[in-house]
Structures are given as structure tokens and as C-alpha cells.
Ligand binder design. Sequence first.
Ligand code: MTE
Ligand code: MO
Length: 539
Amino acid sequence: DASLPRYRLSEVKEHDGKSERPWVIHGDKVYDITEWISAHPGGSVILRAAGGSIEPYWNIFAIHKNQYVYDILQQYLIGFVHPADLQDGKPPQDAIEDPFADDPIRHPDLITKTAKPRNAETPGEAMSAQFLTPNDLFYVRNHMWVPRIAEDESDNHLLSIELLDGSVKEYTLSDLKAKFPKHEVTAVLQCSGNRRKHMSEGSGRATNGLQWSAGAISNACWEGVLLADVLKDAGFENDQGMSGTSEVKHVQFNGMEAYGASIPIRKAVDPQGDVLLAYGMNGKPLPRDHGYPLRAIVPGHVAARSVKWLNQITLSEDESMSQWQRKDYKCFGPNQTKVDWEKAPAIQELPVQSAVTSLKLGEWVKEKPAAAAGTDAGQNEPTAADDARELTLSGYAFSGGGRSIIRVDVSIDAGKNWTQAYLLPDCDPKPGSPSLCHGHGAWTWKRWMYKGAIAASVFRNGEPEKTADDKSVENGTPPPAESTDTGGTEKTTGRRCTTLLVKATDEVYNCQPESHAATWNFRGNLANAWHRVQVCSEC
Ligand code: MTE
Ligand code: MO
């Protein structure tokens, strides 16, 4: 080895992904990976690292950090980094390219969970305010960096489709636009980890993964061509896919940065399935974060199947081999923490979900005695006049598989009494007005509103604020003085709280579980228990 040449970093840099002989650095060693590319399981993705150090990539694709991979790499050793370019035996940190350096700038209102790769929630107010989530406030879930396709190259972006017999059909993006009718589909994307934080906190058991609140879900109108149309043109018999007589059972999607997933063939060719190869979002080209220039949209399914930066489709007897298909988005029982991944199906259609995205507690108002409030109330037991605080809640409800939401139930007293929220009529057909909703199923969310009041008695009968004392101490202010106008015999000090509950029911009467403990799974997938929000007040 000592006889091998020493290379300056500038020289290595010339052997980037576009050169005929791409090189990479690992530690202080230089490798010529030209011969490896065709055999590399992740395909040409490895070229992303060419011309520099491969370590930042292997930190993302941790599967590479094992002896087997190091042994393969060893075959391609051609030399060492020149000592003049080494610090502590390695190329200096700033000489190592940051894989995320080329990521797009994001809207400051997104709630960032991790910066590299970028994972960010839609703010609650943005979800309540609009039926279609604005592109720059749509939640972002990236496993890796954002591939860059120049605007003037996007029409040449190539999608290859491999049929079961191994033959390959290729379409550029401009082919897709020219050959197939344009379709619009309005659909929610929801990450399987949406509300994972609620599951961890509600069950008191930690879960692995990004601790999303209720903002890993958004709704948009997608424009593109139907996957079913393209598969038919590529030579697939859609009828056989529908009837189950084809040997093809799955459609695998691959993204340019090596993310991959698959869906059952039946969903792909279902004339009512509305699976899109999308190039537009809310009337604009797809933003880079959301898959520019082409992504799959699989309405009603977990968003992990809607592969971004799509460049390869494979028809197969098997599901995608990717870890995201086989070893990630699955659920197990609350007791199962060491699992055999093969034993559970990959998540596809989503269960019913709902959450509060905005809460306003108004001023105290004097309520009229119930007996005098109207004829209905007059038939009930008269109750004493009570003060109340106005409450306005809004949020979303959604169910997978195209199942519509039929009802959202709200309780302001921890489940003793229930009432129904008002469902906003976003998708009701209004003659003459342009519809915001396109597609054969209920692929969109239903936004809901609740206006009511929380009586002082509800607060009084609720639970004391758990951290009230600590907070007061932290803020340096004494706990609020005992109130004298409660009218009750019960003496209260400090703030009292009640728990608001929200749950939705879909058209086949699926409903949400009461507790996260019951559906806890170690990966924290599909957290959809009743959303509980504590509100506190002095009374
Ligand atoms: N596609 C690629 N190529 N790379 C990814 O990291 N993430 C998936 C899916 N498609 C992902 C991908 C996951 S887990 C989710 S939740 C959605 O994209 C998020 O889509 P969005 O960022 O447009 O909201
Ligand atoms: Mo996701």
C-alpha cells in the first residue's frame, strides 16, 4: 500500500459524479469506484459522493458501516490523500461536502423537527385556515437530501418502467405530459408518524422516531397523469392487475436519492384509485421539497408510499426491497419490542384520525340561568346560573382508503358529555363554483369547527393544573389569588383544568381508539387515539 500514490483533494474533486472515473475518499484512502457502480445495490446514488468523502453519506445510510462493505471498497483502493491535505489523519471537515448544502430554503413558519434531513410540521393555524395547505407550508418529510434537477432539465427528467419480463419503457416528463390526459386529484398526505409525540406522552412510553405533533399531515390538489394510464401504455394488462390474475402483485417506486416503497398492483390500476404521477401541486410546479419534478401520489395510503423525485417504477411479484417497505412502516402489539419484521404487513391504507389544530378560550361571560334559556332547556332540571368561558376549536379529520368522515365528536368535560362539531363543507358540490375536490374517493381531510362555552363548574369539577406551582415559581409570580365569585362551596386555589376530547368516525363506522396505550407500538406508527387537550383557567 505504501507504494500507492498520494492525491491532493483538488485532484480527487475532479473525479466527481460526472467524470468517467468517479473516486471517493474514506478515511485517508482514495478509491476508484467506476467498476462498483453497476453492482452497487443503491445504484448510481453512490455518485452523489464522488469527488469527495463518502462518510457523510454513510452516516445517513448506516447499513454501509460494516466490514462486508469495507471489504468491497478495499478492492478499489488506488491511493491516499496527500499528507498536506490531512488534519489528524483525515481530510479536514470543511473539505467534506455537506450532503444537505443544496437543500432549498424553507418557509420560516414551518415547525422544524430536524434540519438535516429536513423534517418540518405545518403550523396548526395554517391547517385550520385553509382547505388546501399552501405549498410552502405543506409538511416536509425527507429521509435524505433533496435532489436537484435544473428547471431547464426537468422536461427531460427520465422515468423508467420495468415490466415483469425485464423489458424497460422510458418516458421523459414531457412525454408524460404530451401522451396522457392531465388529471387533478385533491388528497391528503399523512406521515405514519403523525401525532407520535401524543402517543409517547399519552401512554407514558417512549417511541422511536421523530416526535411529530399533529402537523405531519397536509392537503393539496395534485396535477399529473394517472399511473394506470402509463402502465397500460407501457404494456401492462390493467384488467389482470385489477382481477388478481396477473403475476404482478406490486408496483415499486424509486426516488432519485435511493428512497423506495411499493403499493399493491390493485390500487395502482384501480380506475377509482386515482394514483397519480404528479408534476403539479396547487396549480404550481411541485416544489423541490415535495418531489420536483415528479412524484407518486397514492391517495388514501400512508404518505411513505408517495415517493418523491420519482425516476423508476418496477412491476414485481414482490414488495419493494427497501427498508421503508420492509423494516419501518409497520405496527406491532404494545408488548412486542423485539420483532420479526416479516410478521406484519406494511402500512398502506390509513386508519381514521382527527386532531385539534386551533384553540381559543374567550373571556368569562355571565350565562343566563338554564331554566330561562329557552323551551328545550326549560324542560330540563333548572340549574343555577353559572359563568362560562367561550371556546372555539378547529381541526381536521381524515380517514384512509377514500372513506369519508361522517362525524366528529367533541367533549369539553373529559368524556362525560359529547356533542358534534360542525364539518366545513369544502367538498360539497356547489353548482357553478369551481370545485376544490377532485377524485373518486374521499381523499381529502374534513375540517371541523366547534363553538361552545366551558362553564365554571366544568373547570371546578376538573383536575388541578399539574405544573401550576412550578410554573409560578419559574415565572417569579405567586399563584393566582383564591377566587371569590365561584359561588360554589368548593374552595379552589390556582388554576383548574378540564380535558377536551376529539374523535372522528368514518363512513364504515371505524372510530379512533380511546387511549394511545392500547395501540402503542415501539416505532410510534399510526398514533390515532382521541386527541386530548387540557385547558386551564382561574375560577
Ligand atoms: N420520497 C422520497 N424520494 N424520499 C423520502 O424521504 N419520504 C416519504 C414520502 N416520499 C420520502 C419520499 C415519507 S415518509 C413521507 S411522510 C412523504 O414523502 C412526505 O411527503 P412531503 O414531504 O411532500 O410532505
Ligand atoms: Mo412519513
